[in-house]
Ligand binder design. Structure first.
Ligand code: BJ8
Length: 431
């Protein structure tokens, strides 16, 4: 880190000793997994820097924004409309935690057989290790899976009443759309209340443009990965998608576009991170919140390249844009509601659009195989994997189903299964 942030962390009531340990582990993991990669694009230096300052400079910026009266809104799901948060000049932070942290503490409140993502967001809070949570003025939960919606009740107590829950319908019929539009309106009123600022059509347009530009940059990155060889590793692309949730959106978009300019040149000259014809894998399933790099590290360490993520830390976050053509606030809110309902999360029933998405993405990125990833005990994705298998059979693509948590205990077993899967595909190895 560029300087000593101890005072800032202490003001945020971070457990300093445990936090030092966490940063040490994170830094070692990053060095081993990321910095050891060969042939990385120069443009990844910015993202390396962001990670090195993940609890430093960015938190300092957020603390500064708070001093200027801006509100910090933490979210756990890509269904929470970022446009509305920006329209009240708020700072939007994706809080989903991807590390095995505070698990013992969390298990005092929730059953052991709860998904790792829920355990982690509670664990980070209970262990006093997340400065993002500590800066939040409001934490927005949602009624997606059962585990999350019940955990938010407990989390609200830990956060002294700062948790606000949006109701996300489980279906996408006309009544559900009306319910969701009402929720979007209710959320915009809540944001106006806590920020003391009015959402005007102009403000909403400005915010929509910012978020759409971010999505377009991520779409550009995704499409460049269709090249053979891919100009960027799956690990690096995953990192960019993870950083999308907490970096300043304007700066982030500019940096992703810079990276994409470099990748475009690489594609023109046929420069990639692997040999042409190396196995190409599409990941599909539960989100991989930072610093969950486990599957990507194993797959790419075994000679394949990950060329796409049908995931909320991936395609589901940026695939559709919001229609910026509206002339009244009501129309703008309707466009937001419509745009967000295009996200095909397994919490919906039925969710056949996700199956179509998987088929489309697999073809677009020229995948040789699909790895379906479900966080252990994530029932919606674990069960929906059966339908994904049928899609894979239909398009004659090999599929490997993996269910795992954040621990490193099953690394050896996963490596063996993934290597066997790649071998079965009978493709060459990475340079
Ligand atoms: S839109 S995927 S970000 S809910 S992994 S907590 S589903 S048991 S995260 Fe998600 Fe929104 Fe859906 Fe996307 Fe539950 Fe599964 Fe855990 Fe999950």
């Amino acid at each position: 880190m560029s300087k000593d942030y101890k005072q800032m962390w202490s003001d945020l009531e971070i457990n300093l000793d445990a936090h030092d340990g966490l940063l040490g582990v994170l830094s070692d993991a990053y060095t081993n997994i990321y910095l050891s990669q060969k042939n990385r694009p120069e443009g990844m230096k910015y993202f390396d820097f962001v990670i090195s300052e993940v609890h430093g400079l960015r938190i300092e910026e957020i603390v500064e924004a708070k001093k200027q009266g801006r509100k910090v809104i933490g979210t756990f799901c890509v269904y929470v409309p970022e446009e509305l948060i920006l329209a009240v000049d708020g700072v939007c932070i994706g809080l989903c935690a991807g590390a095995d942290v505070g698990t013992d503490e969390a298990e005092k409140y929730i059953p052991r057989n709860t998904c790792a993502l829920i355990k982690a967001f509670m664990g980070f809070k209970l262990a006093g290790l997340c400065p993002y949570v500590q800066t939040a003025d409001l934490i927005v939960g949602e009624t997606t899976c059962d585990g999350k919606k019940k955990a938010y009740e407990l989390f609200d107590e830990m956060m002294n009443g700062k948790v606000y829950v949006m109701e996300i319908p489980n279906k996408k019929g006309q009544d559900d759309k009306a319910l969701w539009l009402n929720e979007v309106q209710r959320f915009s009123a809540k944001l106006e209340e806590i920020s003391g600022k009015k959402i005007t059509p102009e403000k909403l347009k400005e915010a929509s443009k910012v978020v759409n530009e971010k999505r377009k940059a991520l779409q550009r990155l995704a499409s460049l990965r269709s090249a053979d060889p891919s100009p960027i590793s799956g690990l690096d692309a995953l990192l960019v998608n993870q950083v999308a949730f907490y970096d300043d959106p304007l700066r982030f978009t500019a940096k992703v576009n810079e990276l994409c300019d470099e990748l475009t040149e690489r594609v023109k000259t046929g420069k990639g991170v692997s040999a042409k014809g190396s196995p190409r894998i599409l990941i599909s399933g539960s989100p991989m919140a930072i610093p969950n790099w486990k599957i990507h590290a194993i797959v790419e360490g075994s000679g394949a390249t990950i060329v796409g993520e049908e995931s909320c830390v991936g395609e589901r976050n940026f695939a559709s844009l919001m229609d910026e053509n509206f002339s009244s606030l009501n129309e703008g809110l309707r466009n937001i509601a419509d745009r967000y309902l295009t996200i095909n999360c397994a919490c919906f029933t039925p969710n056949d659009e996700r199956l179509t998405d998987i088929e489309t993405i697999a073809k677009r990125v020229k995948a040789d195989g699909i790895l379906h990833y479900a966080i252990q005990f994530c029932t919606p994705y674990m069960i929906e994997a059966t339908k994904v298998k049928k899609v894979a059979e239909k398009i004659k693509m090999p599929l490997l189903r993996i269910e795992t948590d954040y621990s490193m205990e099953d690394m050896g077993q996963l490596k063996t299964r993934i290597e066997a899967f790649l071998e079965m595909m009978g493709k060459g190895a990475r340079v």
